[in-house]
Design a protein around this ligand. Structure first.
Ligand SMILES: Nc1ncnc2c1ncn2[C@@H]1O[C@H](COP(=O)(O)OP(=O)(O)O)[C@@H](O)[C@H]1O
Ligand SMILES: [Mg+2]
Length: 256
């Protein structure tokens, strides 16, 4: 068995005549923080959708711990330990913050999305949910209706939902999008804490270059559906092809 927790082999996805992901070979080391960057439309979200099973590839394969999961149906993916947050928020807006997180804890514990369950189990799920809310610093808002949260707190709620689900692999699609600048260090600390305190693997798509450079051990750069470059933060920031793909903006200004 290899070190790779996730591998893709020549992974390809077409939308009509558009090839959104083009023969991508990706290898993600277990327990690492691995960032995917690239200009808008590069295929990053589509790649995430393929890895998490949300859409199926036109060609190519996805392996999880060496096992081919390309044809595993979506409803079984969560049980394999791949959790993801969506760039478009997937929170139940009319439920409280705590209820949202508790449902994620229940989903992992076979009580799939049932609002009613036994009192003892409910207490365990609630405790797990509260622990996740503490981890992201949202415990004081536990009883607030999710829809009324400020945008940055919704992103934190998504993280808490992921943490309560207890996935081994977290797929984060632009977690700082819409976050106030002063909240970004909180997210960095949180992700570093997850990295140090657990053996979770974090695969992250992120536009904020300072976040990527300070967090990721490995960076894969996508451009027009393909892998343009891969390496350490230092190697990527020195890479001429990467600079050209971004026309200098990403590395010059911090954000493209
Ligand atoms: N469901 C879809 N139907 C048609 N085209 C899509 C769909 N999803 C993504 N695309 C196209 O695929 C390309 C890659 O998109 P995406 O993966 O969202 O890029 P990124 O996340 O890097 O910005 C874009 O040209 C986008 O318009
Ligand atoms: Mg995207």
């Amino acid at each position: 068995m290899s070190d790779w927790i996730i591998e893709t082999h020549r992974l390809t996805r077409d939308f009509g005549s558009l090839r959104a992901v083009d023969q991508v070979d990706l290898q993600v080391r277990a327990g690492s923080i691995h960032a995917i960057i690239g200009p808008n439309g590069a295929g990053k979200t589509t790649l995430f959708n393929l890895i998490s099973g949300y859409i199926k590839p036109t060609a190519g394969r996805v392996l999880l711990r060496g096992q081919d999961i390309t044809r595993v149906p979506l409803h079984r993916m969560a049980h394999l330990g791949i959790g993801r947050s969506f760039q478009i928020t997937n929170i139940f807006p009319t439920l409280t913050v705590l209820e949202n997180v508790r449902l994620a804890a229940q989903a992992r514990g076979r009580d799939n999305f049932r609002l009613w369950t036994s009192a003892a189990k409910l207490r365990a799920y609630t405790e797990r949910a509260l622990a996740a809310l503490h981890q992201v610093g949202l415990h004081e808002r536990a009883l607030q209706i999710a829809a009324t949260l400020p945008h940055g707190d919704k992103r934190r709620l998504e993280l808490a939902i992921l943490l309560a689900g207890d996935a081994d692999i977290l797929l984060l699609d632009e977690p700082t999008a819409g976050m106030a600048t002063e909240q970004v260090p909180m997210l960095l600390d949180l992700l570093r804490g997850i990295r140090q305190g657990t053996n979770k693997t974090i695969l992250i798509v992120e536009h904020n270059m300072s976040v990527v450079m300070s967090l990721a051990e490995t960076i894969t750069v996508m451009h027009q559906g393909r892998v343009l470059a891969e390496g350490s933060p230092a190697a990527i920031s020195a890479n001429q092809a990467v600079r050209e793909a971004y026309l200098g903006t990403a590395f010059a200004g911090g954000q493209p």
